[in-house]
Design a protein around this ligand. Structure first.
Ligand SMILES: C[S@@+](CC[C@H](N)C(=O)[O-])C[C@H]1O[C@@H](n2cnc3c(N)ncnc32)[C@H](O)[C@@H]1O
Length: 313
């Protein structure tokens, strides 16, 4: 049986229903990557519990002990967050949260920017369209596992043409003509076909309705899973929503553990994963009694779908 035979192996993807500060507790030193987009402050109040910006850092560090304990020594933690506008001013709860995490021992390896290629249209009297979000790379050590080769891109045509024209007198390192003091050694470029991308990820937001109000595009988790894990590794999303992180992990032959404290989202994630990867997720939630409130939500979701279907596109 191959490691990734979806019909044979239900352990490739596990979905747990509940608060991740409790559900993750039994996992010790087993996780290679925690990759998640938790609820943002004061967002999606109609869909799941929302946290006030001023309370956010305190709320989030509740999860620090289980994240720290579950993650392997050279594992990574990618956290997608975006600040909130309060009375016309951007609240800094994101920075406060990262600061608190670093005080607890996390190393902030780098800040990535997700440039949303198609940002929300609109008009705001003192601001422009919001076109990006943070993805923080945190780790327990200063040297987590990173596989640069996995994310290298083919060199741009213009650079390729320039490389073909490198002359011997350019081989020696020389100072940049901008006066910045940086040295360039053109010799190092000879024969190069691929280069590293930078830490700005140009990805369009998810445009289709996946049954969850805050689905991120599968390209985002795919990038970090390729960069920070190996095939067979375990990727955890403790705020899993519709299961996008799990889909990316399974597409790349990694295992995944998904946790959400909203029952219908656990069901949705299992359905999406089955439809988009062929993997049958396992999880205690499947046999657990469905809470009355969740049952209602599931029924109303099904009714909404039926109505939308009847109305046509
Ligand atoms: C921003 S959404 C994640 C969306 C996901 N990235 C996707 O693409 O579908 C955050 C999720 O965290 C869940 N959540 C909130 N608090 C939680 C908690 N304490 N434990 C587990 N899940 C939680 C919410 O139900 C929600 O589905």
């Amino acid at each position: 049986m191959s490691l990734f035979d979806p019909a044979q192996d239900e352990s490739l993807c596990q979905i747990l229903y509940g608060d991740s500060s409790a559900q993750l507790r039994p996992f010790v030193d087993q996780v290679d990557l925690i990759l998640t987009s938790p609820p943002y402050a004061d967002a999606r109040k109609r869909h799941y519990a929302s946290i006030r910006p001023q309370d956010y850092a305190d709320w989030f560090i509740r999860f620090h002990p289980v994240f720290w304990q579950a993650l392997k020594a050279h594992g990574s933690f990618i956290l997608n967050l975006k600040g909130k506008i309060v009375d016309g001013v951007r609240h800094r709860y994101v920075w406060h949260t990262i600061e608190r995490l670093t005080q607890l021992g996390w190393h902030c390896i780098d800040d990535y920017i997700w440039h949303k290629k198609t940002s929300m249209p609109g008009f705001w009297p003192t601001r422009l369209r919001d076109g990006w979000e943070y993805l923080f790379h945190l780790a327990k050590t200063q040297r987590p596992y990173v596989n640069h080769e996995a994310v290298k891109r083919p060199i741009a045509a213009s650079s390729w043409n320039r490389i073909q024209r490198i002359q011997p007198h350019e081989y020696a390192p020389h100072l940049s003509e901008t006066g910045s003091g940086f040295r360039r050694a053109m010799r190092a470029w000879i024969g190069k076909t691929h280069v590293l991308p930078d830490n700005v990820l140009h990805v369009s937001p998810e445009a289709r309705n996946k049954g969850h109000p805050a689905v991120y595009p599968v390209a985002l988790p795919r990038f970090f899973i390729r960069l920070l894990t190996k095939p067979g590794d375990l990727v955890v999303d403790p705020f899993a929503g519709s299961g996008t992180t799990g889909i990316a992990a399974l597409q790349l032959q990694r295992r995944c553990l998904l946790i959400d404290n909203h029952y219908p989202y656990c069901v949705l994630a299992a359905q999406r994963i089955r439809a988009e990867t062929g993997v049958h997720a396992s999880g205690e939630y499947l046999s657990a009694p469905v809470p009355a409130r969740a049952r209602l939500t599931l029924e109303s979701q099904a009714a909404i779908k039926r109505t939308a279907h009847a109305a046509g596109p």
